[in-house]
Design a protein around this ligand. Structure first.
Ligand code: HEM
Ligand code: HEM
Length: 153
């Protein structure tokens, strides 16, 4: 049996967590998108915060793996790592960092700093919409793996 790579498992766990954050995040955006979770805002908030912590830990692990790989001077890219120096991996890296920073601000600035809260909300929301477009393209681009169950070329 072929050895399953850590990066492969991480890609799938990380993308499922990402998906859950998108769905619960959209529900939290307000009445316009609340229907995605049948307006169960309490549940959405609970799942969003639990998954946000998981997401932050997973992203940290991914970044550490990429740094370790770069320090070993491996010039060939690891195809399943979701953070990297170019292509969609760079897009997800930047998006993840922005989502984590603005997410932490949304979490801690609720009472006091309203202008910072507004800025964090705009960044959090815009990056989410940009990533929905990005992910749609990515799934279309890699759909051959789902159909044929093949490894990336
Ligand atoms: C894939 C990553 C993520 C996506 C797509 C996402 C998406 C969203 C969206 C669309 C909202 C609603 C924003 C608004 O009401 O203006 C939201 C709210 C929020 N997000 Fe995220 N988010 C992500 C990751 C995170 C992370 C990593 C954290 C924390 C470290 C976080 C913390 C929060 C908090 C505290 C709220 C406000 C919840 C509330 O209204 O009670 N999010 N998120
Ligand atoms: C059904 C859903 C998905 C499929 C079929 C899929 C498929 C794949 C495949 C086959 C690769 C290997 C890369 C290669 O061939 O070069 C890959 C890499 C990657 N995936 Fe996914 N993926 C899915 C969901 C996601 C999601 C939700 C995200 C995050 C937003 C994501 C982010 C990435 C990133 C950043 C890479 C590295 C790309 C690169 O180095 O250019 N994937 N994916």
């Amino acid at each position: 049996m072929e050895k399953v790579k850590t990066e492969f498992i991480l890609h799938w766990v990380w993308s499922i967590v990402f998906g859950l954050l998108v769905v619960t995040g959209l529900a939290l955006l307000g009445p316009k998108y609340g229907w995605v979770l049948n307006y169960n805002l309490g549940v959405a908030d609970y799942i969003h915060r639990t998954m946000a912590v998981t997401f932050t830990v997973l992203t940290f692990i991914e970044i550490m793996l990429e740094i370790k790989r770069l320090l070993k001077s491996k010039y060939q890219r690891e195809p399943w790592l979701v953070v990297g120096k170019s292509g969609f991996a760079l897009v997800t890296f930047i998006a993840s960092v922005l989502l984590i920073i603005s997410g932490i601000l949304l979490w801690v600035c609720v009472e006091d700093n309203h202008s910072l809260l507004a800025l964090a909300a705009i960044v959090h929301e815009m990056v989410t919409f940009a990533m929905i477009i990005g992910i749609t393209w990515h799934i279309y681009d890699k759909s051959y793996t789902l159909i044929m169950g093949g490894n990336p070329k």
